[in-house]
Design a protein around this ligand. Structure first.
Ligand SMILES: [Zn+2]
Length: 72
């Protein structure tokens, strides 16, 4: 933990400790990038899980049906 992460206010350029929602100098609201990333990842994983749970059994069923048709 030698690296000290410092953020700068985009409005007044004041040095701020990370994780602040508002600049204490000028009151500028800091953009929350991490929240957007979490929601995007949540959507991605939700879609991936749904696709995995729906598409995988469907592909297996289609594969079995195709195999039965081929064997008949
Ligand atoms: Zn500021």
């Amino acid at each position: 933990m030698d690296k000290i992460v410092v953020e700068y206010c985009p409005k007044c350029n004041a040095q701020l400790p990370p994780g602040l929602e508002k600049c204490p100098v000028c009151g500028h609201r800091m953009p929350s990038k991490s929240k957007d990333e979490i929601t995007f990842r949540d959507i991605f994983w939700l879609t991936a899980t749904i696709l995995g749970f729906v598409l995988l059994p469907m592909l297996i069923i289609i594969g079995i049906v195709v195999l039965i048709i081929w064997l008949l």
